[in-house]
Design a binder for this molecule. Structure first.
Ligand code: ATP
Ligand code: MG
Length: 652
């Protein structure tokens, strides 16, 4: 861990705006008032096991647990002795329980084709594909890699694995062959499920070509199943490769869900790689089911007639928990979209919201900042009056982006849930309950019932309210990761060793006097400027608040006088031009907004920032650039490799 763990973090960002939940919203919400939340929170804090057991009883279990939690820190077992199946909870439960003909997925392809799958149709597809897997000799406990675009067959494949107890590992469909090799090798997958190609911005992403290249180095893979999407010419290797439709035509219809131990590994998913080499996070059957079910229902306040759209790719944990497992367990209707937000035009997302009458919309700050840059004219083209709730996840959301989201997308009417969580936590941890908790722009507000979060010093002592420190979780929770695949030592070391007795998130935060949490970004990114320890996110938020700035990334570089100097990389709103005067203006702006110690020493204008494939700013690469060195860190999850070269050119 970096020097960032030695002392507290200074907080310089002040935000005084506050928005109460609309009365009408609260009246219909699952949790209707702050008092109700507080009561529930206290009840869950006093008896977490009792609380989670009550939630778990809303789901189906083949066999009940004998003990809710067995905790031998840092090793957790939830719902000990119980048997369940996620596919059963997502499908059979609804088909048998009156939601047979309700839409599970409303899917839209990038070219505009639409498919609706009811719970019954999805259930039939999943059973058939589960039989396909069994017919190929894939067994409970085998690892199956899934490398697909955003087509309905992707959740079908995941649920089919879950149905027979094969552990799936979805690998984002934008990754290269090399990234595939790393992930397939790490987990020793026996099969890959893929497709010929997927559509992105009108072009074909050639998935099968990447699989062919990768498999030259992956001897464990015996079978490849290929779904036909683009119908482009591909190679099919005799004996190894099979067409999805051929196998489905031969498969039997009926496949009962296998009762699995609650701790049976459901999936392995690699983190985004924002801070370094991705880690294979392991999630299990029972606890993950309970965590995703509860948070989907409560945070998104889902009701029977909602249409929920989470814009994430299923290749990330957000898609696993809030496109597939959470919404399906709650019996919701979910929109799924295949392609890019700017195809054929910059209003595609809003066209989708209007067309499918989306009521709850969940996206990422990186997308919101992009929409801001494109301008309000695009959302304003569409009637989005069905929207009633908006969500954000993935990075700290800058208050100005939050306000734009509220005004332009939510028309000042929809509450915003800023949800803090991680691949490792499996489900949302800190977030407003929208009918109960007033929101403040940039704050994820309060921990959910059952989650004991605290901001502490390196030694694990609670910091005074208002000071920044290290965000930790003090008690185990059902959807927590169980280990890093193949590397239990790293699990213990990375999350449970730096700060004694608690789960260390790697993020900095502060808690204000109202008990609201403000996530300040990763502790590895914290700057040390003349003895002040500053969060990059706060300086970035000040920059983004300037009318000409679209996005900003701030990093430190070594400086003899100050310890670290503040380096800012800035992208401008369309229509604004870089100039030396603007640099001075921005420096003065930051000094005025948050104080002179945060004033950037240098500002570089750039067209794009280096981001992970999931859209997060990779400050560690910028830090290497700002220091004048070469980029040496892991770049396998970098979205656009040309960005680094461009940034270097800009330097000259
Ligand atoms: P890696 O762990 O490989 O570096 P990563 O941390 O980006 O990658 P994820 O698990 O996808 O991988 O992201 C979790 C992180 O995203 C959190 O630790 C936090 O830094 C950030 N994050 C997610 N949601 C929020 C939020 N609402 N507010 C602030 N930060 C958030
Ligand atoms: Mg992380």
């Amino acid at each position: 861990m970096s020097s960032a763990t030695h002392s507290n973090i200074d907080s310089i960002l002040q935000e005084n705006r506050k928005f109460e939940p609309p009365a009408e919203f609260s009246r219909h919400a699952h949790i209707k008032s702050l008092e109700e939340y507080e009561k529930l929170y206290k009840q869950a804090a006093d008896d977490p096991e009792g609380f989670w057991a009550e939630v778990a009883k809303e789901l189906h279990w083949f066999k009940p647990w004998t003990k809710v939690l067995e905790w031998d820190a840092p090793w957790a077992k939830w719902f000990v002795g119980a048997e369940a199946n996620l596919s059963y909870n997502c499908l059979d439960r609804h088909v048998l329980g009156g939601r047979r003909h309700k839409a599970a997925f409303i899917w839209e392809g990038e070219p505009g084709d639409v498919r609706t799958l009811t719970y019954q149709q999805l259930w039939l597809e999943v059973q058939k594909f589960a039989n396909v897997l069994l017919d190929l000799g894939i067994k409970k406990g085998d690892r199956v890699a899934i490398y697909m675009g955003m087509v309905p067959e992707l959740p079908v494949a995941m649920l089919a694995c879950a149905r027979i107890g094969a552990t799936h590992s979805v690998i984002f469909g934008g990754f290269s062959a090399n990234a595939l090799v790393d992930r397939i090798t790490d987990q020793q997958a026996v099969a890959v499920i893929t497709q010929d190609g997927s559509w992105r911005r009108g072009n074909e992403v050639k998935l099968k070509v990447a699989v062919d290249e990768a498999l030259e180095k992956c001897p464990t893979v015996k079978h490849v199943v290929v779904y036909k999407r683009t119908a482009s010419a591909i190679n099919m290797k005799e004996g190894r490769d099979h067409w999805w439709h051929d196998l489905m035509a031969k498969a039997k219809d009926h496949c009962p869900a296998e009762p699995l131990d609650a701790e049976h590994p459901l999936y392995i998913l690699y983190t985004s790689g924002t801070t370094g080499k991705p880690k294979g996070i392991v999630h299990t059957t029972g606890g993950y089911a309970v965590g995703t079910y509860y948070t989907t229902k409560m945070v998104f306040d889902l009701k029977e007639d909602d249409t929920f759209w989470c814009t994430a790719d299923i290749g990330w944990v957000t898609g696993h928990s809030y496109i597939v497992y959470g919404p399906l367990q709650t019996g919701a209707t979910t929109v799924m979209y295949e392609g890019a937000p700017n195809f054929p035009d910059l209003d595609r997302f809003w066209a989708l919201v209007a067309k499918h009458k989306v009521t709850v919309f969940y996206t990422a700050p990186t997308a919101i900042r992009t929409f801001m840059k494109w301008g309000a004219e695009y959302p304003n083209r569409h009637d989005m009056s069905t929207l009633r709730l908006l969500g954000s996840v993935g990075e700290p959301i800058n208050p100005e982006a939050w306000m734009w989201y509220r005004d332009v997308i939510g028309k000042d009417r929809c509450p915003i849930v800023d949800t803090w969580w991680q691949t490792e936590t499996g489900a949302i941890m800190i977030s407003p309950l929208p009918g109960a908790i007033a929101t403040k722009p940039g704050s994820a507000t309060k921990p959910l019932p059952g989650i004991i979060a605290e901001v502490v010093t390196r030694a694990g002592e609670k910091v005074p309210l208002g000071s920044g420190g290290f965000l930790v979780i003090k008690k185990p929770w059902p959807s927590m990761m169980r280990t890093i695949y193949g590397d239990p030592e790293r699990y213990k070391h990375q999350y449970w060793s730096d700060i004694p007795g608690v789960y260390f998130t790697g993020d900095g935060a502060r808690e204000d006097k109202d008990g609201y949490f403000w996530i300040m970004g990763r502790v590895d990114d914290v700057l040390n400027v003349s003895g002040h320890r500053l969060s990059t996110m706060e300086i970035e938020s000040a920059l983004v608040a300037h009318p000409k700035v679209a996005e900003a990334a701030v990093v430190g570089r070594p400086d003899e006088m100050k310890g670290q100097a503040v380096s800012a990389f800035v992208t401008l709103e369309s229509g604004s031009k870089p100039s030396p005067e603007l640099k001075e203006e921005l420096r003065a702006w930051v000094a005025k907004e948050i104080g002179s110690m945060a004033k950037p020493d240098d500002i570089r204008f750039t067209d794009t920032l280096p981001k992970t494939r999931s859209g997060k700013i990779m400050r560690r690469l910028l830090r290497e650039l700002a220091t004048g060195g070469d980029v040496k860190g892991d770049t396998t999850t970098l979205e656009d490799f040309t960005v680094i070269a461009k940034l270097k050119e800009d330097e000259q």
